[in-house]
Design a protein. Sequence first.
Length: 1142
Amino acid sequence: MEEDLTETANRRPKRKVTKSSANRDDQDRTSDASDQSPNLVDREGSPDDFEEIRPRTKRSRATEGTAASEQKTELSLIEAIKGNGKLIPQVVKLWVERYEKDAKPAMAELLTMLFEACGAKYYICGESLDEIDVDDVVVALVNLARRGEVEDYQSSKKKEFKNFKDNLVSFWDNLIVECQNGPLFDKVLFDKCMDYIIALSCTPPRVYRQVASLMGLQLVTSLISVAKMLGTQRETTQRQLNAEKKKRIDGPRVESLNKRLSMTHTNITDLEDMMRKIFTGLFVHRYRDIDPTIRMSCIKSLGVWILSYPSFFLQDLYLKYLGWTLNDKSAGVRKAAVLALQNLYEVDDNVPTLGLFSERFSNRMIELADDIDVPVAVCAIGLVKQLLRHQLLPDDDLGPLYDLLIDDPPEIRRAIGELVYDHLIAQKFNSTQSGSKGNDSDSSEVHLGRMLQILREFSADPILSIYVIDDVWEYMKAMKDWKCIISILLDENPMIELNDDDGTNLIRLLFASVRKAVGERIVPASDNRKQYYNKAQKEVLENNRRDITIAMMKNYPLLLRKFMSDKAKVPSLVEIIVYMNLEIYSLKRQEQNFKTVLQLIKDAFFKHGEKDALRSCVKSFKFCSTESQGELQDFARNKLKEVEDELIAKLKSAIKGVEGGGDEYSLLVNLKRLYELQLSKAVPIESLYEDIVMILHNCRNLDEEVVGFLLLNTYLHLAWSLHSIINSETVSEASLSSLLLKRNTLFEELEYFLNTPSTDEEGSKLGNQLACRVCTILAEMWCLFRMTNFSSTKIEKIGYCPDAHVLQKFWKLCEQQLNISDETEDEDVSKEYVEETNRDAVMIAAAKLIATDVVPKEYLGPEIISHFVMHGTNVTEIVKHLITVLKKKDDDISNIFLEAMKRAYGRHVVELSRSDDKSLTDKSFVECKELAARLSGTFVGAARTKHRPDILKFVKEGIEYAFADAPKQLSFLEGVVIHFVSKLPTPDVLDMLKDVQKRTENINTDEDPSGWRPYNSFVESLREKYAKNEGNQDEKEGNTVRRRGRPRKRQNMEGKRLFDEHGSSEEDDSISASDQEDAQDQEEKQDEEEEDEAPLIHSLKSSAKLKSLRVAREENKLQTKTGTSRRATDNLAASRTSGASN
């Protein structure tokens, strides 16, 4: 800002611009400016006195007329620019003719247009043109802007000015072209124009800087086009001259060619001098302007200049500006710099000259791949690919990039996937290898082998493997080569030998690729929106489904037989049939293969007892029995019936074995199978029901996992029975009585476990896993049979509502599960069905009862909300959602909140009474205060006005509660009420203050100073905080607003140094390598200071993926995945595939 105020002082002193000394002075000025180091902080911009008076846009003068031919000659320059632009070439041509006849009036007309384009009404007289000083004119123009007498055509939203910017650029381009054979080289016209453009670009008014920068940058672009044309002429002339000299005849032809060559060279030198003048006078200031649009236009133009005129601009003197602006705070500017560099690296001839630049700024280019702005990051990844193509980056530097394979934005993951494919799989950038291999290096076998080597690094975590597959899939055709993948799995391809991990990874790859090919998502989407496809896309997906089916039909049984016993491979392999076109089995007369596949799936169902394998088998059975047709459908349904009958028989046998004192494993495995079946369809287990109830009732020492699945299967059987009754046209009394009996029996069993001592009591019988099952099943049962579902119906009598005593026992058991330590829950994180038996599941079950009005909210609602901030992020989000639901229902939210705070405060009081440990009591009080802050924080913005009565009621009753047994509960004022008072308008707050003070009028608070300290603190806080107007209340809420977009990355120290260093003068043509070493030393020093933060790039991203896939304890998995991801990416950086050459 200060630099703008002193910009006039930075310009050369008053001068006559026609004098040759003006150029020298200008060079001195711009050289001094360029010597200053670029600094992001020192942006040049308009001072404060220009912020309030913005340039205003006025209506343009009418430029339309009826006599078109006359108008062409009478149209002024500014009117041509304001118009549609079609007349600009002819207007420029006529102006040049006027200039050649009488230069001064024409020049005055052009300068007037220049001022008018900037929005200023300022006219220059041609006769006095030589006596007018540039600085005097600029000062007058600045004064016009200060008075607000400026029009802003460029930023105007009016329709008539929508082409103004393009027309202005077109005008100057046409002018340069029209003057290339005369006025362009007279050292008067364009010297004068450049003086004014440079001077205006350095003024405080933003509109002047914007328009002047636009014109100045375009001048250079247009001058380059003329210089290139002259350069071609010079080469032609030189060739002709050389040919004449070979004839050894000196004559008029040689003399003419020499003269033409000398003149062309002189003209090119003059053009380059003009380019240099604009660069040093305008660009070196404006590329760090406070306005990001000006900075961006500068960098875009510089990129174009270097690319189109490398003989002049492709040198470190100009390249360094692109490197510096890679650290710009504006995403648009960073993106412009990255794109400019991308274009430069695409031209192979540029690369040798870019060597030192690449060495200096390559680290920053890699860092930009993880930029906070997604488009910048994607462009930067493309730039890194260019560096790899030219082998300017060592593989060791790519480690951080591979972490982005599991980044949140899919655009970044796709871009990194393309890089991984090009660099590690297709190896497009390894010229020596690709040259020696020939076409073999592009074969599916080679690509799959390289992909398997990458996946080998992620074998410990299937989720990471799926992310890598998803990222690369779009670019890797070998993933869709079904026949090749199948032949490798069946050991029919001698090019690749699979170990066990490779086989597992290849089957995962096959399954994931099949799902992708038919339009399924294999990675959860952040928006979770349904995918829609047009007709052409659906046709492609259907063709893919057909190709998969044809490739798999004969080989599917072979694959299932080969991998039948492998529990890691079976789930993915079995489920592939879900994505096949079963109709093709009939069309191709492959019915026997279909039947064989179903038999093998049945064998797999009874061979494995793991959740994933069972779930895949059930899903495949259900798909085949519903999506197949005719004979195949009958066979699938019969096979599913066989599975059900055989399972029931196995369960009966297992129950008898357990009753006889046998092992419980067979019972547990078959209960899991029944559970997975019942999750998708009704299974007729009436003959088995009595046995299940009997073993539940008689065998109380069963393993808790067995008991849990007994209860789950009983509940699911009840749910399907109720579903059958509801959907029946007639309901028999017998079926209703049977359902009621089963319901009451299950409630009795569940209530038995409610009364069983839990794990933290003496004589423990009820484990954590079973306790969670009891809580969730009870809640689901109450929801299933809630009274409102059946009131005023023929089956009204099956409605049920728990009594208060049972509800209290239920919540006590829930509370015990919520209070389980993180360490205990982390121990179970790798167990099956963990998402159904953790504290999140318990809280969801309890909250569901309130959200759906199953039980009265007066008791359970406050209890749940009192645990808002006690049990981690997931539980907090669940309770937060419940509060939102309660607010939408317009429930008595103030009472619920107050009771919740009383529960939390009560826990603090209990802690005070039973513990002398100050740290524990302080912790309980802090939790109480945090809960009050979070609950009061739900009243923000318009909600404060809407819920003012609720807040006021809470405060009044809270004060009443605090004084109920004064001074024992007065800390409730300081810890709870104060947070809600802050949400009230000032008049209400002052009323509350008076009410509190009135309560102590006849009380001597000095008798118990420590007891009354919270009261005094409360009153003092109100006086200090609300003696003023409530104007700053909303600012206090600012800390609850989350920042949107990608998380901010760690500040780059080298990038910062680039803008802090000095010595970037015009004469400094090279980029110092020592600066980079200094930056690295400083960065290493900072790394030592922030050693604890080093693995964040791994932990943050990895944990986000696991969280989205419903893994319960993200902290524990975070540590596991950090190790996996770090090992994987470290190895991946070196995976130029030792086996890739196979």
